[in-house]
Design a protein around this ligand. Sequence first.
Ligand code: SF4
Ligand code: SF4
Length: 84
Amino acid sequence: MAYVITDNCVKDELCVEVCPTDCIHPKKDEPEFEAATQLYIDPEGCIDCGACVPACTSDSLFAAEDLPEDKREFLEKNATYFGK
Ligand code: SF4
Ligand code: SF4
């Protein structure tokens, strides 16, 4: 299981600031940031600590098991961003 970001993301990096494994990308200092419509979580870097969920103020970040039915596709979209 991993945590997953969905399309409500406003790219404010509040989750990036609390993530202990630096598995949320792209970040502001990365070239992909501007074009990205949201941030993504690398499922292989995520340790399921849950710190990012309360940090997110736009209700866009979920544990995979808690994803709303209409956001299930983002499980794959997050992994695909990292080529997984
Ligand atoms: S659950 Fe923890 S490790 Fe995974 S993305 Fe959130 S803060 Fe990072
Ligand atoms: S805290 Fe939420 S809205 Fe902000 S970048 Fe992370 S997932 Fe996106």
